[in-house]
Write a protein that binds this ligand. Structure first.
Ligand SMILES: [Zn+2]
Ligand SMILES: [Zn+2]
Length: 251
């Protein structure tokens, strides 16, 4: 792919040119978009269902404000100390709408759409001390061959937008994906765990030692990827890991 060799700004410019030549339609309702609208119409944007609270990534139970541990996992005897990620905040459930929007962002290279979703996600943690007390945002890394193919890392773009709102710095090169893992879409939870096992390495342990970290990804499904990243960061001495994603798969 020739286009993937160009930086994001070029991809955005390409988008603008295409929009001018071929007028766009809403990703969700397919209505013709007016000049001020991009990718999705205002009505659909405003009707996206957003989640009110953070949740436990191991059982997807929602937390009450102020909770520091998952009450459900505790009640069923799960060992909370084994939980590498304390909580996760997502913008919405991975329904057909979010699926379509994230697909356009990742595979259709609609970077402005991804940024807009990330900004909306960033606004949800405005007054949440769990997030403001963190030192770094770390995007889940892509393998370098996947990065070359796509031209950008979607998690990095999401993290950069959250950073602007939450005033937490993005740490890009501390965590690396050394294994080019298979696409997880059709894998079972156990296969997902095996697929990502040993896939990540902390390349700058001195940067994460003793730090509170927000791991960022586009979607959390079984949590295998984020959990594997969290495990590596914890081994490198990270004090606390929480997560942020655009969407969460809840079924
Ligand atoms: Zn619409
Ligand atoms: Zn739980």
């Amino acid at each position: 792919m020739l286009l993937s060799k160009f930086p994001n700004s070029f991809l955005e410019l390409k988008d603008d040119i295409l929009d001018f030549v071929y007028p766009q339609h809403c990703a969700i309702c397919k209505k013709h978009l007016n000049r001020e609208e991009k990718d999705i119409c205002e009505a659909c944007w405003n009707s996206l269902v957003t989640l009110p609270d953070s949740f436990c990534p191991y059982c997807i139970s929602f937390y009450e404000p102020g909770d520091t541990k998952c009450g459900f996992c505790q009640s069923v005897g799960k060992i909370i100390e084994d939980h590498k990620i304390t909580l996760v905040r997502s913008l919405g459930r991975f329904d057909d709408y979010y699926k379509e929007l994230i697909h356009r962002f990742k595979y259709g290279k609609k970077i402005p759409l991804g940024k807009r979703l990330a900004q909306r996600l960033g606004e949800t943690i405005n007054d949440d001390s769990n997030f403001s007390e963190c030192h770094f945002l770390i995007p889940v890394p892509l393998h370098k061959s996947r990065y070359r193919e796509r031209g950008f890392n979607q998690s990095e773009i999401i993290a950069e937008e959250i950073s602007k709102i939450a005033h937490v710095a993005v740490l890009k090169n501390a965590l690396k994906r050394k294994k080019n893992t298979k696409d997880q879409t059709n894998l079972s939870p156990q296969q997902r765990e095996e697929n990502v096992s040993g896939a990540f390495v902390v390349t700058q342990p001195e940067m994460v030692n003793g730090k509170r970290i927000i791991l960022v990804d586009d979607v959390i499904t079984t949590g295998a990827t984020m959990n594997e990243c969290a495990q590596m960061l914890k081994q490198a001495g990270a004090e606390k890991i929480i997560g942020m994603t655009i969407a969460v798969v809840t079924d």
